[in-house]
Design a binder for this molecule. Structure first.
Ligand code: GAR
Length: 203
């Protein structure tokens, strides 16, 4: 069973999707710690409701990002975390976390990376007029929304789409894809080759 630590900053619907996938038996994992970069994140309430230990950090802690990440890495290690799952974590992870969890930090992004990185992936794609956007799950490196891509799902943008309708479809895909990728990891199917490309083995 995979031991997960989830980092978030907001509503936590992806956290909820992972909690639900574990509860339903789809995902062979346990969330052992949730760390929030905001003390008012609704995701903290979701974690508490599921009986998951939480840590909320204040803005002052992040004044020194390396210090904040040393603290976070130490807490994740103490909880016995194997994979660090960023789920709407609106901060870069830095060296202390990446060194403590090499190729074991994941991120989800609501666009087809490397397009539309940043905090507004859905709106940026919508306003750019592209006909196709989607969802990306990737291993994180020190740049925000960058690193070896594990999985992508495409989502067409229709002529009469609204941003709200697109957001709803993107989130629905996220909530399926993140648990699916985590289950690939739990089943030992994910590797990174010499080119730093991710390969998914057969079940
Ligand atoms: C998700 O759409 C996630 O992909 C996005 O934040 C949202 C968090 O929602 N992350 C990024 O944009 C990272 N650059 P949630 O808190 O309800 O899971």
């Amino acid at each position: 069973m995979l031991r997960l630590g989830v980092l978030l900053s907001g509503g936590g619907t992806n956290l909820q999707a992972i909690i639900d996938a574990i509860a339903s038996g789809f995902l062979d994992a346990e969330i052992v710690l949730v760390v929030s970069s905001r003390s008012d994140a609704y995701g903290l309430k979701r974690a508490a409701a599921a009986g998951i230990p939480t840590i909320a950090l204040s803005g002052e802690v992040y004044a020194d990002p390396a210090l904040a990440d040393r603290l976070i890495a130490a807490e994740l290690a103490r909880a016995g975390v194997e994979y660090v799952v960023m789920a709407g974590y609106m901060r870069r992870v830095t060296e202390p976390i990446l060194t403590a969890f090499p190729d074991r930090v994941l991120n989800i992004h609501p666009a087809l990376l490397p397009s539309f990185a940043g905090a507004h992936g859905i709106a940026d794609a919508f306003h750019a007029g592209v006909k196709l956007t989607g969802v990306t799950v990737h291993f994180a490196d020190a740049a925000y929304d960058r690193g070896p891509i594990i999985a992508q799902r495409a989502i067409p943008i229709e002529e009469d789409d609204t941003l709200e309708a697109l957001e709803e479809r993107v989130h629905a895909v996220e909530h399926l894809l993140y648990p699916e990728v985590l289950q690939w990891l739990a089943a030992g199917r994910v590797s990174i080759n010499d080119q730093r490309h991710v390969c998914i083995g057969l079940p």
